[in-house]
Design a protein around this ligand. Structure first.
Ligand SMILES: Nc1ncnc2c1ncn2[C@@H]1O[C@H](COP(=O)(O)OP(=O)(O)OP(=O)(O)O)[C@@H](O)[C@H]1O
Length: 463
């Protein structure tokens, strides 16, 4: 092989897989040889090899062939610390690649969810515990996820993680899966979204393969279902999910579920499923606070600094973003990505002015003030009362309580004064509003249902 070939192949790969993927997954590969149509690479860990094999081996093969070097198979071996590279030990996989572990150890930790018989979703390699920043709002969820990922005796089943958009539920679930696969390579870990569960179920029904479907789902050691609220209102999917769930719990197999709200708050979910979901540990990811946002930004900025070497980040920019972008982590990440990409394109230092300029739309959207009308609408919808009744004079308890909830939230979540709030509640006096706010404050201490309602409403309004 011409010495330059791998260099040329790498250049092409940057274009095919993108710079981020390239730096993370291709750059660390060491080409050991190319013989009889097999390209052999050294990789730092077996997980790394599995990941590259699964996601990039086709690209690598194609680019070698393009460069005039026929390659039929790509192999990855883990370097042994003491004795250099150990020979590959595992047979070729169906896709023409193989991943090997150092000899003397267990066979390669090929994630079982990558097996053809397990229809799991792909895991995002970036979503690990190492890259998850822990702060007050997510410390409980993180601790619970860690415990499950240790893979010891099942102590709470299911683990139910919930929280608003983009707060890290999926990240934590993937982190559990990654960790389990590394610790216990033989474990059958299946991660999928509730939507994929339904899709598989419908497919099995259509193809008359329900027995296979049931057998497959009951054969896993760990089942993780993301965004379970999706199956609410889908009767037969719920039914099947319920049976799968029970069968696995009976076998003492771990289940991890995520949703955008607590089990009891998912509308159109059967009561028996709600109660099953509440049996284990239910933990929520709270909206981020300033410290957590700053921590996440610092971590991501560190990564970008290594990607865009030479770029200067002025003091105070990250603090500014953590203050101003409070929506969710996904938006925060998007802002930083754009900022670094823009600064590198124009070759300028990332200053506060540049950030304000380049992120004007995101900052404007984050600045959006919540209105009393939005709060009233959300509360009316939540309690299933008419908006006109919520604002109107009716004194029925079923309406008066939601009205007080809306008054309380208006006081808490907007900068409006009591008289201003009164005006928007059908011209009520400010003392009526004050009474409503106090009533809710009192009740919250003793009525856990009300406290849950308020938490949910706040989360949704902040979302
Ligand atoms: N604590 C954290 N540390 C680092 N990154 C985080 C953290 N929380 C969220 N993120 C990042 O924010 C993005 C959104 O997270 P994720 O997809 O897990 O959210 P989610 O709660 O599943 O949202 P959705 O409800 O939309 O499914 C991801 O890129 C994730 O890595």
């Amino acid at each position: 092989m011409n010495d330059d070939t791998w260099g040329r192949v790498r250049e092409e790969l940057i274009k095919r897989v993108g710079r981020n993927n390239y730096v993370t997954w291709i750059e660390p590969l060491k080409l050991n040889g190319l013989k009889n149509g097999v390209a052999q690479f050294e990789v730092p860990t077996s997980f790394f090899g599995t990941w590259v094999s699964r996601n990039f081996s086709d690209h690598i093969r194609a680019q070698f062939n393009q460069a005039g070097e026929p390659v039929e198979r790509v192999e990855f071996s883990v370097a042994s610390v003491a004795a250099g590279l150990r020979p590959a030990t595992q047979g070729a996989a169906a896709n023409g690649t193989r991943v090997a572990e150092p000899s003397g150890q267990r066979p390669a930790s090929r994630p079982r969810s990558a097996d053809d018989d397990l229809p799991g979703a792909q895991l995002d390699a970036r979503f690990t515990f190492d890259s998850f920043v822990v702060g007050k709002p997510n410390e409980l969820a993180h601790a619970a996820a860690r415990r499950v990922a240790e893979g010891g005796p099942v102590s709470f089943n299911p683990l139910f993680l919930y929280g608003g958009v983009g707060l890290g539920k999926t990240h934590l679930m993937h982190a559990i899966a990654h960790e389990l696969m590394v610790r216990q390579p033989d474990l059958r870990v299946l991660y999928l979204s509730a939507e994929q569960f339904m899709y598989r179920f419908v497919q099995a029904l259509r193809d008359r393969q329900m027995m296979d479907f049931k057998e497959m789902f009951r054969s896993v050691d760990v089942l993780m279902v993301d965004d379970v609220q999706f199956i609410a209102g889908k009767d037969s999917t719920q039914e099947e999910f319920f049976h799968t769930f029970n069968a696995l719990v009976d076998q003492n197999k771990q289940i991890v579920i995520s949703a955008d709200r607590a089990p009891g708050e998912i509308k159109d979910l059967e009561d028996r499923i709600k109660s099953r979901l509440q049996c284990g540990l239910v933990v929520d990811l709270h909206p981020t606070d300033y410290e957590l946002r700053l921590g996440i930004l610092q971590q991501k900025a560190e990564y970008y600094r290594s990607q865009y070497r030479g770029l200067i980040l002025s003091d105070g920019v990250l603090e500014f973003l953590a203050h101003r972008i409070t929506t969710n982590v996904r938006v925060l990440e998007g802002a930083l990505t754009r900022l670094f990409a823009f600064a590198s394109l124009v070759g300028r230092e990332i200053t506060l002015e540049l950030a304000q300029d380049c992120l004007a739309d995101i900052l404007r959207a984050s600045d959006r003030k919540l209105t009393i009308e939005e709060i009233q609408r959300k509360v009316a919808e939540h309690y299933n009362v008419r908006l006109s009744d919520l604002i109107g004079p009716k004194r029925l308890r079923a309406i008066a309580r939601p009205r007080q909830v809306a008054m309380y939230l208006s006081k808490q979540m907007t900068h409006r004064s009591l008289p201003e709030i009164g005006k928007r509640f059908g011209g009520r006096d400010h003392t009526t509003i004050m009474h409503g706010v106090r009533k809710i404050e009192e009740l919250m201490a003793t009525d856990s249902q009300l406290a849950d309602d308020l938490q949910l409403l706040k989360r949704q309004l902040q979302g």
